[in-house]
Design a protein around this ligand. Sequence first.
Ligand code: ADP
Ligand code: PMV
Ligand code: MG
Length: 386
Amino acid sequence: MEVRARAPGKIILSGEHAVVHGSTAVAASIDLYTEASLKISTDSDWSDGLLKLHLKDLGLQFSWPTEKIKEALPGPCIPLPPPTCSLESMKSLAFLVEDQNIPEANFGLAAGVSTFLWLYTSVHGFKPATAIVTSSLPFGAGLGSSAAFCVAVSASLLALSDLVNLDQNKKGWQPFQENELELVNKWAFEGEKMIHGKPSGIDNTVSTFGNMIMFKSGQLTLIKPSMPLRMLITNTKVGRNTKALVASVSERTMRHPEAMASVFTAVDSISKELSTIVQSPAPDDLTVTENEEKLQELMEMNQGLLQSMGVSHTTIETVLRTTLKYKLASKLTGAGGGGCVLTLLPALLAGTIVDKVITELESCGFQCLIAEIGGKGVEVSFSSSS
Ligand SMILES: Nc1ncnc2c1ncn2[C@@H]1O[C@H](COP(=O)(O)OP(=O)(O)O)[C@@H](O)[C@H]1O
Ligand SMILES: C[C@@](O)(CCOP(=O)(O)O)CC(=O)O
Ligand SMILES: [Mg+2]
């Protein structure tokens, strides 16, 4: 039996970083996915005794003799709760990954590869298997590729375990039950900890459950927007690392606890107001426009506070200036320091203006896309393997 699991990326409409410190944030899934397919060798299979990971888009293949992994890692940890990777296991993982000679240009991948090994062995122990991962999400750009990776991998692992009850004969994509989604989310969060250091959990939660959510201290509330929301996503293509940026905000918080507490409180208010506006009835174009104006102002305020946290970047400022020329408000999304910027596209904005903004942004070397937001969360699909 082979399973495929796909998990969406996300945008954060308000509250990144502050959410790590207990503030409310609002996020939505986007229609860009990471897909993990998994085939576990059974006794009767021909097996080469290897655990293989193929990162297809990058053309990278890794493999480990399962006997070697057995010497280094503790193995299955079932039932719940999912284990947090110990420092000792982290070190063993680093050795296992180092052996694979990841190209220097893809150095950041080591965290993802370690996470895969940890999640795999925690659920399935030392069985030989092949996992193939593909993704349409840019890595390290603020669209939650790390969380989508953790959710897709966790979902594929759990789908082939006794911990969930899915219909393996059903054709096509199928969702998990609510309690199973919670399980996938918990395992993915353990993975996200290995990549982000101190994640809030918002990215894995929105990737697991999809839709638009309000998130605070591990709790999610579903948001049902009553107005159309169109966002232009501009990728500055400046690479950065979420773990380092989250750590830098924590260091600033230690240096200036009171000032930063005020910043986080302001972000909390912004996220709450944003969620109220998005859900308030908008029966006509005039109300939609009024609500959009309020959202634009909140996005600008949130961006200002992100600047004060030290996570903006000159390329982000260029996007802000460029979109402002067209009276459009923008803010960074995700960890910042480069990565992606969101621009609200009002419902009545002429297509010609959108084209002009995109042309101008792309002439700066940025990449633009308009994603569908608030779609489904993680799903799986079974096929009998040959
Ligand atoms: N498809 C993937 N395969 C392996 N690792 C991945 C994949 N997607 C993401 N990762 C891991 O996540 C890291 C990027 O995560 P992060 O810095 O949080 O940025 P973001 O989540 O915004 O893309 C990568 O360097 C890698 O370690
Ligand atoms: C900065 C943060 O709020 C979001 C990070 O998102 P991303 O990894 O940049 O996609 C961190 C977190 O919430 O775990
Ligand atoms: Mg991430």
